[in-house]
Design a binder for this molecule. Structure first.
Ligand code: AMP
Length: 560
């Protein structure tokens, strides 16, 4: 049995090295010595995931709740401000507060036990669920040493800060199992969860195993991602002429699995969102009863007349599970499919996109399910016409998809390009200034950052107070205060968790920021609830955009 204290000590050692190789060896050696169950859990814990991808959302423990439980154990709730001021991060603050106990328990927790308790917490539903979850967490923390509590807290808020990215974890798994890294990556593409990858490569079977009658996995695959392109002409230059254009819908990505007579829906981050979308479940069940399939698509919110609504309306559906029935009437949703990843007994991801789409069209014909608008442009003029018509109809832009491309789960490859009119970036909020005048009492000027060059670091590139409605300012203020780590000079510093999509006019050289670059006329378009900070745009990407801008003068592409 591996003790959780050993696990915490390995994490501590990981945080003390910068070398990717050393980290992979340290973590790999630790994982190799564990039995298969514990190795699965520990691999996941190490990258800051408490439970298998898809189950985490059920834990429902915010950082604030974890902090309260820990602080109450040592009667230190009123000392939060001091403790956070002296702590380097959230986990550190929890460790400090736990060290205030008169006596530290001897380490008795095992990795397996911690996992089992986390599963129990996730399984709690119904009356007083929140209180019962907190009670279990309290029980766990009571038995934890301060170092164990530190890493438990870090796992729960998904912020390990020891530099163990998913990439390094895959290296560690290769080291632990002796399996070549390419193969590890391939298995990861399908599984999207380091624990499962490790289990499979050590010869284990997955629990629950897919039912033999379905043939298809009922686990979500990572969605394929797209690279940005500025114009349709760029898409021709990058993809050659053999591609299709599809409408780019401004909604939420969904992966829909049908297996054993049940339909389940997963989000872009692989969380199960079936309960949020009852009408989609009913619609798909009725359209293809008893079939086994995996579809990729987008849902958008529409008004009672069927016209598309803003993305924020859709996000309300995912945040307010309890009100789904009411919201179902106020903001109904519509599903548009654009890919089929599996059908009956076959996984289709290695087949070319043109073949997959043909299968999808046939299914849509039989079932009445809707597909995204699409065209196969014969030349640049036709492609541009499709793109401009899409923009005029209110779509975000178009996706260009190479006809011979495979579906590469989790990969931002060259098979798919997204062509959007506006220049936008997904950035992380690091801090916010208290507003004045009309914005008094709200956090209103947001400090925006891109992913930095090292894992877990962020590089500031601008500030903005533009783009949010009054209600959104209020929501955002509440949200950021819950993530607060520090405050001085009218600025509240927060844990980097909230991702926003930002439009800007161009990128300037700037001495103000370490990155040397700043965005001009930045404006928040929306909160990207569906993206994690690790999925924000990187500073390298902004550097590349800056370089392109020098070659090509700024200005919206359609104005040229
Ligand atoms: P972005 O989120 O800006 O990186 O753009 C990629 C997202 O566009 C995907 O994750 C989908 O949610 C969405 N999308 C909308 N329409 C399509 C489409 N036809 N094909 C693929 N993705 C689409």
């Amino acid at each position: 049995m591996a003790s959780f204290q050993d696990f915490a000590e390995v994490c501590q050692a990981l945080s003390q090295t910068q070398s990717r190789l050393q980290m992979a060896e340290l973590a790999g050696d630790f994982l190799a010595a564990l039995n298969i169950e514990e190795a699965e859990a520990a691999a996941r814990f190490m990258v800051g995931r408490a439970l298998p991808v898809g189950d985490e959302a059920k834990l429902n423990l915010s950082g604030r709740a974890v902090w309260r439980v820990a602080a109450e154990l040592t009667d230190s709730l009123d000392r939060g401000e001091d403790i956070f001021a002296s702590a380097v991060d959230f986990g550190d603050a929890v460790e400090i507060v736990m060290r205030l106990r008169a006596e530290e328990p001897a380490p008795t927790l095992t990795v397996a036990e911690v996992e089992c308790q986390l599963r129990d917490i996730a399984a709690i539903e119904g009356r007083h669920a929140r209180q019962r979850k907190l009670d279990l967490l309290r029980g766990l923390l009571l038995r934890a040493t301060a170092l164990e509590a530190k890493y438990l807290a870090k796992i729960l808020i998904r912020e390990m800060r020891h530099g163990m990215s998913e990439g390094v974890m895959l290296d560690a798994i290769a080291h632990a199992t002796g399996v070549p890294i390419e193969q590890v990556r391939r298995v990861n593409m399908m599984q999207g969860d380091p624990g499962r990858v490790l289990r499979l490569l050590r010869g284990g079977t997955l629990a629950p195993a897919p039912a033999p009658s379905t043939g298809l996995a009922t686990r979500p695959l990572k969605p394929m991602l797209a690279q940005p392109a500025d114009t349709v002409a760029d898409a021709f230059a990058m993809l050659g002429s053999r591609f299709a254009l599809e409408h780019k819908l401004d909604g939420a990505r969904v992966q829909i699995h049908g297996a054993g007579g049940r339909v389940r829906i997963f989000s872009r981050r692989l969380n199960e969102i079936t309960p949020s979308l009852p009408e989609i479940v009913e619609r798909v069940e009725a359209a293809l009863p008893g079939r086994n399939f995996i579809f990729d698509g987008e849902v958008i919110a529409v008004d009672p007349q069927g016209r598309p609504l803003a993305f924020q309306e859709l996000m309300r559906r995912f945040r307010r599970i309890r009100e789904v029935q009411r919201l179902r009437e106020e903001a109904p949703v519509r599903l548009f499919l654009f890919d089929v990843l599996g059908l009956d007994h076959e996984l289709l991801i290695d087949r070319p996109y043109s073949e997959r789409f043909a299968v999808l069209e046939e299914l849509a014909r039989q079932s009445g399910l809707e597909l995204v608008g699409r065209c196969l442009p014969a030349n640049l003029a036709e492609a541009e016409q499709f793109y401009h018509a899409a923009r005029a109809a209110g779509y975000e832009g178009a996706m260009a998809k190479r006809l011979d491309s495979r579906y590469s789960p989790g990969v931002r490859g060259r098979g798919w390009l997204k062509i959007k009119g506006a220049r936008t970036l997904d950035l992380v909020i690091l801090a916010a200034d208290w507003g004045y005048g009309r914005r008094h009492g709200w956090l209103s000027n947001y400090h925006l950052a891109a992913r930095g060059r090292t894992e877990g670091e962020f590089a500031e590139v601008g500030k903005t107070f533009k783009g949010l409605t009054d209600e959104q300012f209020r929501d955002m203020t509440e949200r950021l205060l819950a993530l607060k780590t520090d405050e001085h000079g009218g600025t509240v510093f927060v844990r980097p968790e909230v991702v926003v999509e930002v439009a800007y006019s161009d990128i300037q050289r700037s001495a103000q920021y370490e990155s040397g670059m700043a965005l001009r006329f930045a404006r928040i378009l929306r909160v990207r609830e569906d993206k994690s900070p690790q999925e924000a745009d990187s500073i390298e990407h902004i550097g590349a955009e800056f370089a392109r801008q020098i070659v090509r003068p700024p200005g919206p592409p359609q104005a040229k």
